[in-house]
Design a protein. Sequence first.
Length: 151
Amino acid sequence: MKDYRVKITIRNERILSAIENMGFPSVAKFCEENILDYTRTSEVIRGSLKPINEKGKLNSLVENLLEILDLEVKDAFTERQLRGFKTTSYEVKLKEDELKQLVNPVKNQELKYIENEVQEKISEVLSIRLTPRKEKIVRMRFGIGMQTDHT
């Protein structure tokens, strides 16, 4: 059974950052100030409206948007973004530990590295200082390198 439902929404970070860097608190305010169609602009940012038509030309809204933001096409869109997206949001169900990895994968990688290093040092010390039988007993009692500990 999963613990969380996470919705992931696709947005063009390049355009959103450019809008924010101009001092606008929202896309709606940006559109209002620059007399742009909010709905269509949002569709371009989500990727549901392709920036280019079948002939490979930019649509007029995107031309205006890029001119206002002072961006080149290559600076505003990736090749994938230029083709648009059929689906612009995804929903996934996750367990709590999966969510933690999703939220902070770098920290989890650091923890795994540290845990592995500690395990190696413990194994090294146990194998040097104890007989194989005593080492096995200590490992079993404290669950070192095993799923569960034993009494």
